[in-house]
Design a binder for this molecule. Structure first.
Ligand code: NDP
Length: 296
């Protein structure tokens, strides 16, 4: 069997188009322009690329983008003061603090200082609690993007066996909550899981969020399963020339795509959906802030 390739790039473009339509509607009918503030502390090169892409795509869908680039030695008090200003700024509907933060800053403290209504990453403890209890919340962007792709592929997820490999607060745990909310039977696997290959082989839906290049092999995949590869790992690619690199996921694509029913590629799978969902969350936040109906 050769798996269907789930085109996250194309799907993300449709999500962004819907966001752009909604933004235009908000502007025309309410005079509201949703605004997203992104805070970057330090010089981490990967974070700089992410922040640039987020800013560019925010503007492309017609929203306002506010970038706050702070030096690596920014104090906690300075960062908290900026967040407080953004919390009270009516032009800002979404606030994202790019992680990881430099070591001297307490990311839990910083994230929990964001107004939960503007927490478009969905990492504030209030949003985590709301999601866990099935209440309306801001949903973390990467798992939300994965869920959208799964629903698009499979329709109803009810009753399916879902295995999430990885239990981080930003991907694994919220992914498991979302799958549970959609009535999957959910297993969360992690570094201490016994017989992990066997656990994975029971999955109708297999989500890999580990951060280990190509750890999950085709032999771990149930025939016909839907595989969502969240991992983004840069590895050496000597075949492309000395010093060259390439991106791979947490799933060994060559073997898994022979067994799975559908699979996301890396790059071009989950990654583009993450930013599209961030934009969608910002529009949702702007609608909620103004008591307007939310986009579907
Ligand atoms: P973390 O490092 O926070 O978490 C990794 C998880 O994988 C942990 O729960 C860990 O288990 C588990 N793990 C590690 N080694 C193994 C192993 N050998 N077997 C089973 N489980 C293992 O990573 P993130 O959740 O932040 O990110 C995961 C991946 O997703 C990364 O590659 C990251 O780059 C990517 N990512 C992609 C995004 C996108 O937009 N596409 C967004 C966010 C992340 P334990 O808890 O026991 O240590």
């Amino acid at each position: 069997m050769t798996a269907r390739i789930i085109d996250g790039k194309a799907f993300a473009a449709t999500v962004r188009a819907k966001v752009a339509t909604h933004v235009a509607h908000l502007k025309e009918t309410q005079g509201i322009i949703p605004g997203l503030a992104v805070v970057l502390v330090g010089e981490d090169p990967a974070s700089q690329v992410y922040v640039r892409n987020k800013g560019k795509q925010t503007v492309e869908v017609g929203m306002n983008s506010y970038e706050h680039k702070l030096p690596a030695d920014t104090s906690e008090a300075e960062l908290l003061a900026l967040i407080e200003r953004l919390n009270t700024d009516p032009a800002v509907h979404g606030i994202l603090v790019q992680l990881p933060l430099p070591d001297h800053l307490d990311s839990d403290l910083v994230i929990n200082a964001i107004d939960p209504a503007k927490d478009v990453d969905g990492f504030h403890i209030s949003n985590v609690g709301l999601l866990g209890t099935g209440q309306k919340s801001m949903v973390p962007c990467t798992p939300l993007g994965c869920l959208m792709m799964l629903r698009d592929q499979l329709g109803s997820l009810s009753g399916l066996n879902a295995v999430v490999v990885g239990r981080s607060n930003i991907v694994g745990k919220p992914m498991a909550q979302l799958l549970l909310r959609d009535s999957c039977t959910v297993t969360i696997a992690h570094s201490r899981t016994k017989d992990i290959e066997e656990v994975c082989r029971r999955a109708d839906i297999l989500v890999a969020a580990v951060g280990r290049p190509e750890m999950i092999k085709g032999s771990w995949v149930k025939p016909g399963a839907t595989v969502i590869d969240v991992g983004i790992n840069r590895v050496a690619a000597p075949d492309k020339g000395a010093g060259k690199t390439r991106l791979v996921g947490d799933v060994e694509f060559a073997t898994a795509s022979e067994v799975a029913g559908a699979i996301t590629p890396v790059p071009g799978g989950v990654g583009p959906m993450t930013i599209a969902c961030l934009l969608a969350n910002t529009v949702t936040a702007a609608c909620r802030a103004n008591g307007l109906p939310e986009p579907e």
